[in-house]
Design a protein around this ligand. Structure first.
Ligand SMILES: [Zn+2]
Length: 387
């Protein structure tokens, strides 16, 4: 494939506006690229209408299996007047290709896809299987990765590389988890002249608010790369009008977890607090979660981490740093697959992810393809895989 063809694939991907939906169009396009190669096993898993996960497996199915993963969804462009380049245009100016997903992460998705296509095109013998795991809904809760994992597509992987935009000079081996939760307080609305007849939902919600902060602050363990547990109440609302006792109040909080505090432990604490407060007269609190994710523990000395650093150092001529990430990724779901394996993130990117005028350097994108093409055979020869 020529550099121009590789760039065209990325442009085509960016021109599909897969904003938390329409991933099936991305899956169709990627599947079409594998159509000339009947030996590639192409599978789809539908999450919802118009939203297909895509799995493509190539190579020797009897050997170890390397997972290469990327998400097909992008975040919304936001205020389009803040963009100087059309968010879904894929416009190129000099070395920069602009568009939503240029960094996060259609360049990474294109790069791992092209690495597989070129292995097929060159009839490269692979000492194992390589599986593309292209997901829906990463940006809104990793539910595509969850679905693929539940269906067994991450079982018995020998290693997993997620092409998120770390930049090729960084390999991410550990990541924070996330718990977003909501507490709804239900009271009884009455005229504020006779509050004794009602139940003030705001007062009861504040009981939770006042208790939860100190409770979470007791978790003082600090992860050496990720830092401490973070808990913030970020949304709060309640009441109907100033002369009525409020019948409804709610808050939402965001937690950024670390491996030292498994999510289940935190759920137990939150649920325990709600149950305790609900024993008080009139208190009616309800707790719900949206798409929580486990933190990803990791070992910077793990063979997969070290191999990624070594290959990136060689291909790019820089000193790749081994780092942690404050954000969750699809790896949190894939790691639930059967068997023990390491999940890392390394991929092309810029510091413009989720921003107006998101871009990728074409040189960095093409270099990422070289990286994955060097990484795949090195993986099968390495100590990561025990034959
Ligand atoms: Zn991403």
């Amino acid at each position: 494939m020529t550099p121009a063809q590789k760039i065209e694939i990325l442009q085509q991907l960016i021109q599909i506006p897969s904003v938390n939906a329409h991933e099936a169009e991305v899956a169709d396009y990627l599947a079409s690229l594998f159509a000339p190669y009947p030996q590639a096993k192409v599978e789809r898993l539908t999450y919802a209408p118009g939203r297909d996960n895509l799995v493509v497996t190539i190579g020797d199915p009897t050997g170890p299996l390397l997972g290469l993963a990327g998400h097909m969804d992008v975040v919304a462009p936001g205020d389009e007047t803040a963009w100087h380049h059309a968010p879904f245009g894929g416009e190129i100016v000099g070395d920069q290709l602009f568009g939503r997903g240029a960094s996060d992460m259609k360049s990474g998705l294109a790069a791992i896809t092209i690495a597989m296509l070129e292995a097929l095109e060159q009839h490269q013998p692979l000492a194992g299987g390589v599986r593309l795991l292209a997901t829906v809904g990463e940006e809104t809760g990793e539910y595509g990765a969850a679905q693929l994992t539940d269906a067994g597509y991450a079982d018995h992987l020998a290693g997993l590389v997620i092409a998120e935009p770390s930049g090729l000079d960084q390999v991410v081996y550990t990541a924070r988890g996330v718990i977003d939760y909501k507490v709804v307080s239900t009271g009884k609305g009455v005229h504020s002249a006779s509050p004794e007849l009602g139940v003030n939902a705001i007062t009861n919600l504040m009981k939770f608010y006042n208790a939860v902060g100190p409770m979470m602050a007791q978790h003082t363990q600090v992860d050496p790369v990720l830092g401490g547990l973070l808990h913030n109440v970020d949304l709060i609302s309640g009441g109907e009008q100033v002369n009525s006792i409020p019948a409804h109040a709610e808050l939402m909080a965001n937690m950024r977890t670390i491996p030292a505090y498994p999510n289940q432990m935190l759920y137990d604490e939150l649920e325990g607090l709600v149950a305790k407060l609900n024993q008080e007269p009139g208190v009616d609190l309800e707790l719900t979660y949206s798409f929580p994710e486990e933190a990803i523990p990791g070992d910077p000395q793990a063979p997969l981490v070290q191999l990624a650093k070594q290959i990136s150092d060689q291909v790019c001529g820089h000193d790749t740093q081994i780092v942690g990430s404050g954000g969750a990724n699809d790896g949190a779901e894939f790691l639930r697959g059967k068997g023990d394996f390491t999940s890392i993130e390394i991929g092309p990117g810029s510091n413009t992810s989720h921003q107006p005028d998101e871009y990728i350097s074409l040189a960095a994108y093409l270099q990422a393809i070289d990286f994955y093409e060097a990484f795949v055979p090195a993986f099968f020869q390495s100590t990561v895989v025990t034959h």
